[in-house]
Design a protein around this ligand. Structure first.
Ligand code: NAD
Length: 477
């Protein structure tokens, strides 16, 4: 199959003929090519989205009409979900079973169905007489042309997180997937057309970071939504400042998982390893910092090592595989570099800490002990299957250590004490706090960060609200 850009309802190559190679990171083989969109493609995509927005071919449809088209898209994706899962697994190196049955394709379909139904439940917040002789109406309107820029760790899911709320709000959307994982996103254009989405409303540009920079600098774009690294978030904010675009940033994380002495240690260890190693730890909400009460430290370390042994590395298409490859050689080397530097700084490797001898870009699930709170491995996002373990004496100390990072995306607490759980859910400075679990998300609940993990929410009705602007209409009576 030939993968092409999707501009104004048609598939096309990049105007300048540029391409990107797609590598299967589980084998290291080049498996495909896609267009690398350049300046002309960016201009055409934005101009078609602008035209579609201005003539109201999408925003003036009734919510019911918009919902029906988005729901049809979800049905069409579901009918081809095995194909989506296979391509996604080839592009990312993650286990096919995880992609086809878990957090990737089925969850993305559910998200799109949620956004379809939420389209019909948007309301202006007030209509009343606040000034004598005048009636005020508050209208929620789509903000315009919205660019969505996605990362490589959940490529299709992130594509839906970008286009779902934008289209539900009535915006016209341009999606740029990550350069390494573009193929499932590129399938969406033809599916949207088959579902009845008018031409120009959704445009999809595979491309490198330069394509992203061209999109974010363009004056006809009203909003940029990025899921990606803090570095890219800062670059996009600076670029967006020149044309005063609104920005919506879902960035990195460094989630603490706190285990108290009243917790079920075995359950906590199992949840911690799932939270830390699923998707090879390439998850912004991954449990990366395990904080354990000192009285149960030894027992918990044993349970964590035992649970880590269950994480079998293997080919993405083997049924027993729990951990696939990293996304790329460079990500594998980045992870290895973090672990080497941690060891030089005094950390102890309890399990893992090596590159398995096999083709592809794998890294063994790794537990590190004897790490200092201010060390690189505790403070910086690694984005690989590496967890640190630290002990604490008091609740206050646990809270201070948990909050002492620049990130604020996700966190969790394992305890049977309801008062402690409520205190921590209030005082942890993270966008999500799980009690006695780590990782699950739902379409209806908002996902997004505090501090340098960004701002704005993905998922839920709050995500749609981020793509809406409020207009005040004041009527003289
Ligand atoms: P990245 O920042 O390198 O790239 C993300 C996207 O931004 C890609 O499509 C890339 O081409 C584009 N891009 C890069 N530079 C750009 C620029 N100057 N202008 C415009 N676009 C540009 O991130 P990544 O390595 O693909 O993904 C991993 C990161 O994503 C991690 O930091 C992770 O924590 C984060 N992430 C966050 C969430 C969340 O919900 N908060 C979810 C998943 C991933």
């Amino acid at each position: 199959m030939k993968y092409q850009l999707w501009i104004n309802g048609e598939a096309c190559d990049a105007r300048n003929g540029a391409i990107l190679s797609v590598e299967n990171p589980a084998t290291g083989e080049i498996i495909d090519t896609v267009p690398n969109a350049g300046c002309d493609d960016v201009n055409m995509a934005i101009s078609s989205a602008k035209q579609a927005f201005e003539d109201g071919r999408w925003s003036k449809k009734t919510p019911g009409e918009r919902a029906a088209i988005l729901a049809k898209m979800a049905d069409l994706i579901e009918a081809r979900s095995e194909e989506f899962a296979r391509i996604e697994s080839e592009d990312t190196g993650k286990p096919y079973n995880l992609v086809s049955m878990g957090s990737d394709i089925p969850f993305a379909i559910d998200n799109l169905r949620f956004f379809a139904s939420a389209t019909r439940n948007m309301r202006g917040s007030a209509s009343a007489e606040y000034t004598t002789g005048y009636s005020s109406i508050l209208r929620k309107e789509p903000c315009g042309v919205a660019v969505g820029i996605a990362p490589w760790n959940y490529p299709f899911l992130m594509a839906i997180w970008k286009i779902g709320p934008a289209l539900a709000a009535g915006c016209c959307s341009i999606l740029k997937p990550a350069p390494t994982t573009p193929r499932t996103s590129l399938l969406l254009g033809a599916i949207a057309k088959e579902a009845g989405l008018p031409d120009g409303v959704l445009n999809i540009l595979s491309g490198d970071n330069e394509t992203g920079a061209l999109l974010t600098a363009h004056p006809d774009v009203q909003m940029i939504s990025l899921t990606g690294s803090c570095r890219t978030g800062k670059a996009i904010m600076k670029s967006a400042a020149d044309t005063l675009k609104r920005v919506h940033l879902e960035l990195g994380g460094k989630a603490p998982l706190i285990i108290f002495d009243d917790a079920d240690i075995k359950k906590a260890a199992e949840k911690a390893t799932i939270g830390g190693f699923l998707n090879s730890g390439q998850d912004c909400t991954a449990a990366t910092r395990i904080l354990v009460h000192e009285s149960i430290y030894a027992k918990t370390v044993d349970a964590l090592v035992q649970a880590t042994k269950d994480f079998t590395i293997g080919s993405p298409f083997d049924a027993d595989t729990k951990i696939g490859s990293m996304i790329s050689h460079s990500q594998q080397q980045t992870v290895a570099g973090f672990v080497e530097r941690a060891q030089q700084a005094g950390a102890t490797v309890l399990i893992g800490g090596y590159i398995p001898e096999r083709s592809g870009y794998y890294y063994a699930p790794t537990l590190l002990a004897n790490v200092k709170q201010d060390s690189e491995v505790v403070q910086e996002e690694i984005f690989g299957p590496v967890m640190t373990i630290q002990s604490f004496k008091t609740d206050d100390e646990a809270l201070t250590m948990a909050n002492d990072v620049k990130y604020g995306l996700a966190s969790s607490v394992f305890t049977k004490d309801i008062n402690r759980a409520m205190r921590f859910s209030r005082e942890l400075m993270f966008g999500t706090v799980w009690i006695n679990d780590h990782l699950p998300l739902s379409s209806e609940t908002p996902h997004g960060g505090f501090k340098q993990s960004g701002f704005g929410k993905d998922l839920s009705a709050e995500a749609i609200n981020d793509y809406l602007v409020t207009k005040h209409v004041m009527v003289s009576l």
